[in-house]
Design a protein around this ligand. Structure first.
Ligand code: SF4
Length: 431
């Protein structure tokens, strides 16, 4: 659902990032909340269950976002807080324990339970971390209970994954002292993409590679000073901090979107393991070639077209870099809900001159800038897409970019295609 925040203290002010001016905006925002991440996280960790402690609105959001799961046995649900809970007339903790008992009786195969906080649970200050500790004790050793917040208070939708993985990181075993270096890839990737990367790292000769989160909760990778990690998504700042607190070392790189981003990302790992340049070129060459050919098929539709990205997924700077450098699009404005200058340092350096970078949102002002610029394509959330389409501007829903496999060489063409399609559709409708 849309969150409206901070309208009274709205302000826009420039601030520098890697020598670039950044327009910082604090006004009304149009974003989904962090509960959305459950849709892809529950597919990734296959013995986990996500129990949202929230309202009917939260339940509707999850059900409509994950509508395709209707025929499957879902691994998410909402413990709906009724008026009695909100008014403090019922003991919310007792209710929660009862709901969890019922759930486990029906789904004994669940090994990890996430209690996901929401706006309503935060408003009544329901302490889900204590509830998680209590329930973990009660159901140990068969079940681990972890809590995180997916609420829409001060978040955008990809922060749900960051909050989930940041809560999960302390659960990983400690890598023993003197353990040989291992590579950890961080971010919930579709299995097919994970398998492709696993093969590439094996061909590069990197002996131990783990993915976080793991597919099964019992396969948590050991983490410690011998761990080198690559972020697969730019929105995992809190998770990165948790890993660094365990002594793990981040390998800075572009993110693996497009051929250039994927090459730089793999190179960061290759350099950390001292892989010879010739070996690297031989391993990545075929993928680069396939990726370039697939991207090239969309150049005619995208080259020279003017692009405006509204802040939503936090992928915006990486996508802007890919679309400008590999497809020749002209960037007007790159908006992002938060700009982590450390994690995005390489991305900011790779952006062309002249693009406006904005952080946060004041949606009316941003819409004014967008309308004045008359871009060919706008990347935005669902709430803005329909009104802009009605004004004759082609749009791409940014949420599709986290639901679709878009990382790596073999998805680079599909990623370009996601942006070319709305332009083609728009051209057909105009004929
Ligand atoms: S967590 Fe908050 S923003 Fe998200 S669906 Fe529930 S009430 Fe709406």
């Amino acid at each position: 659902m849309t969150t409206l925040l901070d309208t009274l203290s709205r302000r826009s002010q420039p601030s520098p990032a890697r020598g670039r001016e950044v327009l910082r905006e604090r006004g009304q925002r149009e974003v989904f909340c962090g509960l959305t991440g459950i849709v892809w996280l529950h597919r990734k960790i296959q013995d986990a269950f996500f129990l949202v402690v929230g309202s009917r609105t939260c339940a509707h959001l999850i059900q409509s976002a994950a509508g395709v799961m209707v025929f499957a046995e879902p691994r998410f649900a909402t413990a709906i807080m009724e008026e009695r809970d909100l008014a403090g007339l019922a003991d919310a903790n007792e209710e929660l324990d009862r709901v969890v008992d019922e759930l486990l009786a029906r789904r004994p195969e669940i090994r990890m339970l996430f209690l996901v906080g929401s706006c309503p649970s935060e408003v009544i200050k329901l302490d889900l971390s204590r509830a998680a500790q209590r329930l973990s004790k009660k159901h140990a050793p068969d079940l681990r209970v972890i809590n995180y917040s997916g609420s829409g208070i001060e978040t955008t939708f990809t922060q749900g994954e960051d909050a989930c993985l940041a809560a999960l990181a302390p659960e990983a075993p400690v890598a023993p002292a003197g353990a040989p270096p291992s590579l950890l890839v961080v971010g919930a990737l579709p299995d097919i993409v994970e398998d492709q990367f696993r093969r590439l790292f094996a061909d590069l000769g990197i002996p131990r590679v783990d993915f976080f989160p793991p597919r099964r909760s019992g396969d948590m990778p050991p983490i410690g000073p011998s761990t080198r990690f690559l972020l697969a998504q730019p929105f995992l700042g809190d998770t990165a901090q948790q890993l660094e607190a365990r002594g793990a070392v981040r390998l800075p790189a572009l993110f693996p979107f497009g051929v250039e981003g994927t090459t730089a990302w793999l190179k960061a790992a290759a350099d950390a393991w001292g892989v010879a340049p010739a070996t690297f070129a031989a391993v990545v060459g075929p993928g680069q070639e396939r990726g370039r050919r697939a991207v090239e098929r969309h150049r005619a539709a995208l080259e020279g077209k003017r692009l405006f990205l509204f802040p939503d997924s936090q992928l915006e700077p990486s996508l802007g870099r890919f679309l400008a450098r590999e497809l020749g699009m002209t960037l007007i404005e790159i908006g992002t809900p938060y700009l982590n200058r450390t994690l995005l340092a390489q991305e900011l350096d790779a952006l062309p001159e002249g693009v406006v970078l904005s952080e946060g949102q004041d949606v009316d002002r941003q819409l004014d800038r967008c309308r004045a610029a008359r871009p060919d394509l706008v990347v935005c959330g669902l709430g803005l897409a329909n009104p802009l389409e009605a004004e004759g501007i082609a749009t791409k829903w940014s949420i599709e970019l986290v639901f679709s496999p878009v990382h790596g060489f073999d998805q680079a063409g599909d990623l370009a295609g996601l942006f070319a399609r709305p332009l083609r559709r728009h051209a057909l409708l105009r004929v």
